[in-house]
Structure formats: C-alpha cells, structure tokens
Ligand binder design. Sequence first.
Ligand SMILES: Cc1cc2nc3c(=O)[nH]c(=O)nc-3n(C[C@H](O)[C@H](O)[C@H](O)COP(=O)(O)OP(=O)(O)OC[C@H]3O[C@@H](n4cnc5c(N)ncnc54)[C@H](O)[C@@H]3O)c2cc1C
Length: 402
Amino acid sequence: MRKAYDAIIVGARCAGSPTAMLLARKGYRVLLTDRANFPSDTMSTHVVQPLAVAALSRWGLAGRLTSTGCPPIHTYAYDFGPFTLQGAPGTKEALVAYCARRTILDKMLVDAASGAGAEVREGFNVDQVLIEDGRVVGIQGFSQNGHPISERAQVVIGADGRNSMVAEAVRPERYNEKPPVLAPYYAYWSGLPMHGRFETYIRPDRGFAAAETHDGLTMIVGGWPYAEFGANRNDIEGNFLKMLDLAPEFGGRVRTAKREARFAGAPTPNFFRKPYGPGWALVGDAGYLKDPITAQGILDAFRDAERCAMALDQTFSAGRSFDAAMGDYQRERDDKVLAMYEFTWQLATLAPPPPETQQLFGAISGNRKAMDGFAQMNAGTISPAEFFSPENISAIMSARGS
Ligand SMILES: Cc1cc2nc3c(=O)[nH]c(=O)nc-3n(C[C@H](O)[C@H](O)[C@H](O)COP(=O)(O)OP(=O)(O)OC[C@H]3O[C@@H](n4cnc5c(N)ncnc54)[C@H](O)[C@@H]3O)c2cc1C
C-alpha cells in the first residue's frame, strides 16, 4: 500500500476527468486512472449539447474546444418526411452545440484534470476494488507489463462506463431498467458539409442523423429496432445506405461523399444505479445508462461530475455526512433526468408517435418559438416535462393558424 488519496477515480473520459479536475481544483489529492492512453477513441458519437458546452465554459475549457476547429452547430432539424421542425437548440448564454471527436474532447479533459493537480495514470488497468469491513478503501491495478499496485483513498469513484467494474464490485441497487430497443451504427464521411446543421431524419422503424465534426468529416449515425439487430448485422453498410435512401435528398448527398471509416455501434441497455455507498461513488454511464438516441451522455456525465464533486467537498471539508450529501447527489440526478430518460427510451423504440402527438408536431411546424422549444427539448436544454406540459401544448395548439 502506498500513500492515501482523497479520491481515486477509475475512468478518465467525460465523467472521470471533470470529477478529478473539480476535486483537484478544491485542493484534494486525486488519482485519476484509465486503462486507455490518451488521445484515445471510444465507441460513441459525440454531440456535445449546448448545456455541456456551458459546463465547459464554467470550467474555463470552452475556448480550448473551439480552438480545435470543431464547427459549431446552431440549428437542429427534424425531418419527418412531410414536414421538418427546425430550431435553435441552445440558450442565449449557450447558443451552440459541437460534434467533437472523443479523441480530442477526452484528451482535453484529461489534460485539464492533470493541469488542476490530479495525478493521472494512463495505461493503468484497475482489476480490483479493495474492501475492508464492508467499506471500499482503495483499488489494485497494474500498468502494462507492470506489477500489481494498490492505492488507498477516502473514496473510490467509478467513472468506468457502462460495464463498470467498480459497480460490479459494490453491487449497487439498479432501478428503472429497460431493455435495449435500438441497434445504432455510425461512421464518418468526407465531402458532406452540414453548414452548422444537425439533421435528423425520422422514418418508419428507422432514424438517422448527421453532424459535422473535426477534420472536415461528417458523422452519420442511424439505427433500426433491436429486433432487427441479428438479421441486419451481416450487412450493416447495405442496410445503412438503404436506410439513408428513405430521405432521397440526403441519401443523394451521401452518395456524392466518401466514407472514411468503418461502421461502429452497439445496442445500449437502460438503467440507473444507486451512485454511492460506503467509500464509493459512481458518475457518468457507470451510474446512469440510456440509449444514445438523444445524445445526452456527455451532458449527463458533466452534470454528475459537478454534483458529485460538490457533494464530496461537503463531506471532506464542511462536515456534512457522506450519506446526506450523496443522497442529494442521487436525488438531484434522478429528478433532472427522469423525464428525458423516458422520452429517450420512447424515441429509441422508433414507434410512430400517437395521433395527438402527430397533431402537436403539425402545429409546431412553422411556429418559430415552438420549433426552438422542440429543438431545445431534444438537446436537453429544457425538459420534455416542460415541453409537453399542458400549458405549453395548449399555447402551441392555440397559436396554430394565428
Ligand atoms: C453509439 C453511441 C453513440 C453515442 N452518442 C452520443 C452523443 O452523440 N452525445 C453524447 O453526449 N453521448 C453519446 N453517447 C453516450 C456517451 O458515449 C457516454 O454517455 C459517455 O461516454 C459516458 O462517459 P463516461 O466517462 O461515463 O464513460 P466512458 O466514456 O465509457 O469512459 C469510461 C472509461 O473508463 C475506463 N475504464 C473502464 N474500466 C476500467 C478499468 N477497470 N481500469 C481502468 N480504466 C477503466 C475506460 O477505458 C474508459 O476510458 C453515445 C453512446 C453510444 C454507445
């Protein structure tokens, strides 16, 4: 056993690095570990929603992202076939989104954690969570070709993603579970400019979207129901291109462009985990996993980082009990995301909206304020509970034709 840390964080991407950075900025001794070496890619598309960009601004990092040349996205457009709803996804303070490659975003976050004083150990695989008398006290891990090393901390934070080994070790309660319903795939094309638009196409049993990222490339992501996962997996390209042709104008644009990468993707289960217990905490996908169709994972990871770091600060320095502070962390997380979780899952089924929702969409079409609201809801800027509130629906329906 070596020196003790205040916090050891397993996983150094969207959840782990900001948590490490925020704790280190408060003066805590933080060890941030990841088995990856950065820059490193991961299986994820990467729309960084306006409120996630706002978090980067609060942390003094937004300028670093914009300086990488990632094109800003000012418009979200939802093409339902007969009509398109397009609006601005952000707020006055956080106007735009980005579609930032994870090789660039995650490296920037790791560097920010290191710059704040966290000790960063890359290429370090954590293979064991150390538990004494029912309490997590540290981890054991090893570098490539290295001997096992044990480290101790007041708290071990699992920021280790959907297959979290920290969660495996502490076995927290899982709730609100839903099965995977979508089989998504993505790849990158050159020669497909998007002009600041994030375009989404909704068709029967199919949904796909495109946004421009770094290096003159455009990411296209799309999927079919999980029920078709097995049948379609042997010809992903053929099925993907056939899907794009359901929007002939867009399909035509893609055929003049060049695919520059292999397809990647995987179905995602949906669940919440209790994110704390004696000597441990969870942030990001490790604590709350959902289908990527609404592209909320990075925003949710950033929120967890802020809330978890604040709760730990209250327990380390302000004498608040760990359970009270972390209980607030869990409650605030769940209250914030529950409506979006349900909306996301419903959307991921690719089931046609019920007739009253179709009527509502018809009324939104052409109403600038309502279309901005629709884009903001899909971006996570406002909650689906707010957008679909009786007052808002009634305002939209009564503005129809006026
Ligand atoms: C197909 C797809 C598309 C998506 N598109 C979007 C999108 O457009 N926008 C969006 O916001 N979100 C999107 N998401 C979701 C997003 O990828 C996740 O929510 C986000 O990556 C969660 O970040 P995280 O830091 O919690 O976990 P991860 O990004 O999964 O990072 C976990 C890290 O932990 C490390 N690790 C794991 N175990 C160990 C161990 N034992 N020892 C050491 N290190 C370990 C891993 O190496 C990894 O680096 C998408 C997801 C998928 C699958």
